[in-house]
Structure formats: C-alpha cells, structure tokens
Design a protein around this ligand. Structure first.
Ligand code: UDP
Length: 263
C-alpha cells in the first residue's frame, strides 16, 4: 500500500490500548504494539517513506513525581500498555538516527467527546465516559467505579479528558513539525471518576446509579498533562476546555446513534 500510494506521511493509530487487558495479557500488547508496529516502520523505510505521526499515551508515565506532567518527567509505566508505547517511542528515535525517519509522538491523555458523526464506541466497552452514557441511555443498569480509596480528594482516579477534535488538530500541526519531537497532549484539567459521573448526570438529566468496586490493576491515580510544549512549538490550542462541553458532544452523538456503529 505504501509503495502504491506513496503517502507523504503516515499516521499510526492502530494499537491494543486497554490498560486492564494489558495487565492480563501482556504478550498481546508487546506483540501488537511493538512487533506489528515494527512491520509498519520497516515497510516505510523500504518504500522511502520518512514521516510519521505516532499515537502515544500518557500511560507511559505511571504515577508522576509532580503534576501537571510535562515532557521532562521520566516515563515510568506501571502497565504493559504504557511500556509497549514507550518502547515504540524509543524505537522511533533509533529509526530516526539510523534511517532518517522524522516522527512526532503525541502522548494522548484521555481521548473523549465526539464530532457530529464520529464518537466513541468499542465492542466490549471499558472506557469511563461511554460506559456512563450507556447507563443514561438505559443500556446498562449502573456504572462501576474502579477504586474509591486512591489518594485523591474524592478517592477516585483523576484523568485529563481531551476532545478528539483537539487531538485531530494536533495531528495536522504535527505534520508541519520542523523536527522529530515528543508532545504531551491534554487540556491541563483533571477530573475524577466521580466528577465525570456527576457531569454526565448534569448533561443527561439521568441519575446514573453507581456501584463501587475495587481498584482496576495498572491504573495510575492521577494523570494531568502540561501541553505548553506543543502550544509553544506548534501553536496548538484546545477548543474544548471544559469537561461539560466534551461530555455534551459525546452525549449528542450517542443520542443520534444509540447503537454506536452497530446496525
Ligand atoms: N473507570 C471506572 N469505571 C469504568 C471505566 C473506567 O471507574 O466503567 C475508571 C478507570 O479505572 C480510570 C478512569 O475511569 O481510573 C478512566 O478510565 P478509562 O478506561 O476511560 O481510560 P484510561 O485512563 O484507562 O485510559
């Protein structure tokens, strides 16, 4: 395909991307995210394609020494998913040095929200916002909270939710990056699991019952991005600053497509 189409650049999104699953089946994560990713890189080199935008993740960090997380903090993943993405970032550096590959790795924090026609729906949904919205739609009786004893103000994990359109815009800007770089990508706001559920209650008007469960293995307590580097260097600015606006867009999409991408 690369030889036939000769694209100017490649955007590599494909991956296994579930923290919980990676703690049960690490082999799948190392094989798919590293091994199969290498197939793509080698095909790029073989066909003379030299520019890549790579979907990396905040899961490379693990519990950070300080917040928000900027690019100078040492990556210390606490799950095989984060480890596999970090390994691939390192591989990119060597392909850069040896084969002249130019890359931008975008470390997404928690991708969320929807455009008019595209939203979040996985077969076997594990993500927080789509699960909460399924409850609001009456497709699930309650949402589970994984862990209420974290060292956070309300005991639940804190994440930085970023709208998919803001992420998409960062990819366009990354194509114009003058040199290989790694960028953290979030809004800089932190929302706990309970805050997300409360916000979904406001947006949907549903009372959204919850059931408190034990912690999910591999979850860092707090992940919040410092995105000043990509703002400064590539001029990126998030348009969706509030969790409410992000959830509103997801809810609108979900109401328009109650079966997601199904029939
Ligand atoms: N979570 C939860 N209930 C769910 C799904 C997720 O309590 O049904 C929690 C999860 O433990 C994590 C946060 O919500 O602390 C965000 O999880 P998600 O899977 O959406 O994204 P991740 O941060 O793992 O990429």
């Amino acid at each position: 395909t690369l030889a036939a189409f000769q694209p100017e650049a490649v955007m590599h999104f494909a991956a296994s991307a579930l923290v919980g699953e990676s703690m049960e089946n690490p082999s799948k994560y190392f094989r798919n995210n590293i091994g199969h990713g290498l197939n793509l890189l080698d095909a790029m080199i073989a066909t003379g394609r030299k520019q890549l935008v790579f979907s990396s993740t905040c899961a490379i960090f693990g519990p950070p020494e300080r917040l928000p997380i900027d690019e100078t903090l040492p990556p210390r993943p606490i799950n095989p998913y984060g480890e596999s993405k970090l390994a691939f970032e390192k591989i990119l550096r060597w392909y850069g040095e040896i084969h002249g590959l130019r890359f931008v790795a975008l470390r997404y924090f928690n991708a969320a929200g929807a455009s008019e026609n595209f939203g979040e729906e996985h077969r076997i949904e594990t993500h927080l916002i789509p699960n909460v919205l399924k409850v609001a739609l009456g497709l699930m009786p309650h949402v589970e909270i994984y862990g209420t004893d974290y060292d956070t103000p309300d005991g639940t994990c804190i994440r930085d939710y970023i709208h998919i359109l803001d992420l998409a815009h960062a990819h366009i800007l990354a194509l114009k990056a003058p040199k290989s770089e790694l960028y953290n990508l979030g809004t800089g706001g932190g929302s706990s699991v309970r805050e997300v559920i409360e916000c979904c209650r406001r947006v949907t008007g549903h009372k959204i019952p919850v059931v408190e469960k034990p912690r999910r293995a591999g979850d860092p307590p707090r992940l919040i991005a410092a995105s000043e580097k990509i703002q400064r260097e590539l001029g990126w600015r998030p348009q969706f600053q509030s969790l409410e606006a992000i959830i509103e867009s997801a809810w609108k999409w979900r109401q328009k497509f109650p079966n997601g991408y199904g029939d």
